[in-house]
Structure formats: C-alpha cells, structure tokens
Design a protein around this ligand. Sequence first.
Ligand SMILES: O=C(O)CCC(=O)C(=O)O
Length: 377
Amino acid sequence: MESESTAQTKKSHFAKVLRKHRPTLEEVRAIKRSREPVVFTGIDIGSCAQTWTPQYLLEKSPTLANAKVSAHVSSSANFDFARKNFKYETLVGRDFLQKVVRSASSLSSKAEFFYLRSLGADPRKFEPAMALQQFPELVRDVRLPSDLWDNKENALHSVVLRVSSPSVKIWLHYDAMDNVLIQLNGTKRVVLFPPKHSGDLYLKDSSSMVSDIDDSKTNDEEYPRFRHALENAQEIILQPGDCLFIPALWAHRCESGSAAPSVALNAFFRDLEKNAYPTKDAYANADPIVAKEVLANIEESIEKLKALPNQHGEFYASVASANLARAFGVDAVPTTVVDDERREKKDNNRASVLLKAFCGAVVVAATKAIAKKKIVV
Ligand SMILES: O=C(O)CCC(=O)C(=O)O
C-alpha cells in the first residue's frame, strides 16, 4: 500500500475536532445540542466499514451497478465549484466504479479524478437522495444508533453515497442542515469552520471562493480575511468507521487520502422545523426561508445606501454592522482588513464592503436565533 498524502500526515496547526468513543444516546443528544462538531468512534455501524470498497459496491448492488449516475470528472484533484474546473458526466454505475478503481492504480494512463455525490431518483423534481432505498442491496450492511440516524420527527432530509478517486479535494462549502458523515473506505481529512467566521470565507452562495485552504500565499494575497477563519478552524482525519457530526452552517473542506478510493455515506437532518426550509432543496444547502429573506433585504439596503453620498453610506453601514455584531455576538470585521480590501478594489464603496462582510454572519445569526426556539433533533 502506498503512503498517505503529505497533507494528511504533516504536522497540523489546526485545533482537533473533539472525539467521543462509543457515546451513549444521552451523550449523542447533548453533542447535537452543543452545535460543535464531534467525531464518534468505536460505534458498531454494521459491516459497511469493513466491506464497502468500490469493487464490493459494484458486486453487491446490481441496482447501483446498472443505475445512471452523474459523476464529477476533472484533470485536477482539487474540485473547485466556484471556478467549475470539472465537468458532469452521466455514467453507468458500473463504469463509474471501475473508473474510480482504475484512477487509484498506477496502471491508469491519464490523470483523471472522479467524484460521485449520489442524487435522488428524480433530481429535476428536487428529490433528495435516499441512497439506501435507491440501492436496497446495501441496506443490511449499515446499522447506526437511532439518535444519530433515525428519521425522528420527520427530520431526515437525505442519505447520500459519496465515492471518489484517492486525493480528491471537495471545495469549501456549507450545508444548511446537520450532517452525519460516515467514512467507510480510505481516510478523509475534514477541516471545519465555525459559523461565526462565515464572513471570512468569501462565500458565493454556499461555496467559498477560496480554492485551496492550504495555499496560504494565494489566500493572503486574494482573501486576506480567510486567515481569521483558519485560526479558528478545526481538523479531523477520519478513519473507516468514524462518524463525524457536522452541525448545520459549519463550512467544511474534505480531502480524501491518497492511498485508497474514498467511500462515505452521509445523512442530512433538519435542525429547524420542516417548514422553515424551502421545499425545493435536493442538496441540503438552501438557506432557511428567513435567512434568505434577510440576505435579500441586506442586498437591497446596500443599493439604497449606495444612492446616498459616500459619508452617509459609511456612517449607516458602520452603525448597522455594529448593531448586528452586538445582537449576535459575532466579531466586527477588523477595519484594517476592510481597508486593505478597499485599497485593492478601489471601485468598491466602504458601505457595501462592510455590509457584505456581515451577510454570512447574519444568515448564521438569524438561523441560530430561530434554532434556539425550534430545535427538532
Ligand atoms: O465526503 C465527501 O466526499 C464530502 C462530504 C461533504 O462535503 C458533505 O457531506 O457535505
């Protein structure tokens, strides 16, 4: 077996995600209420943690082997959603799984990387994935404690099968729902960012413009606020059988180990009541209805302030951002950083920079405020 990627073995400066070995149901419940990521280890999750290689999936599940799947394909291992450096290819499941196996071997003639995030039966109708129902031959291999997995109070949104070539990095993004990510084959490095640093992530919709979180030279030049997020990030290297609880709105970047293809299964759960979310959301990344409205209102406010002389914009943006910071306990964006950015983009007026910097934080804060009242799981 070849050695693990340098990114996964080199000494890391990140705080480590908390670990909980064989948690009781009470402990699982308390952790979900804490809204902090935690990795659960030593849980008996069934045979999947020992058996689910791409080859096994191919042989065990004719439904998956014969299904049409939409694969992400790229010549780069660093899949970047903002710059779309990959294409979607519709493949038969069997061909996709064989390509993943080949991409992991030195026999492969060209460097191509593959990634599958399984979709619902009819994605055009925004149907979320239900992988274990869609590929029923696999269901008996998976067993999880009810408080991690069961569809209590109608909170389950989707169950997703994720398969990739070794070394694939999936772009930094956030999901609007709680996530239980179970690593089943190969290792996976996950770096997570607390919701209160979403204003430092240069988000465009649910994905970050930061292409490679480890490229500090580029990031310091192009995304100077990102270093504040990095200082508060947490890291974990998942082993087969580990179950990572990723609370809603904790942005994360995943990187598969270099030694083997990655197979993982994850479930998304609503942490708010069902009617707090838009109905058309196949991917669990649509902002709750209130948060979306708040963001739209802020965009509208920015345009209104831009119509005033600049010192009015500066004054009211500064007051508004301080009010938001105070109300939700998020840090105001350091002025020096804002000024640096302003120097770089002279056409951007300060009011717009200040208010936009708070957009991410407001989504989080609004969602947290609702969540305090309406926690379902
Ligand atoms: O494990 C992966 O491939 C990516 C997981 C992920 O980003 C997610 O579950 O949101």
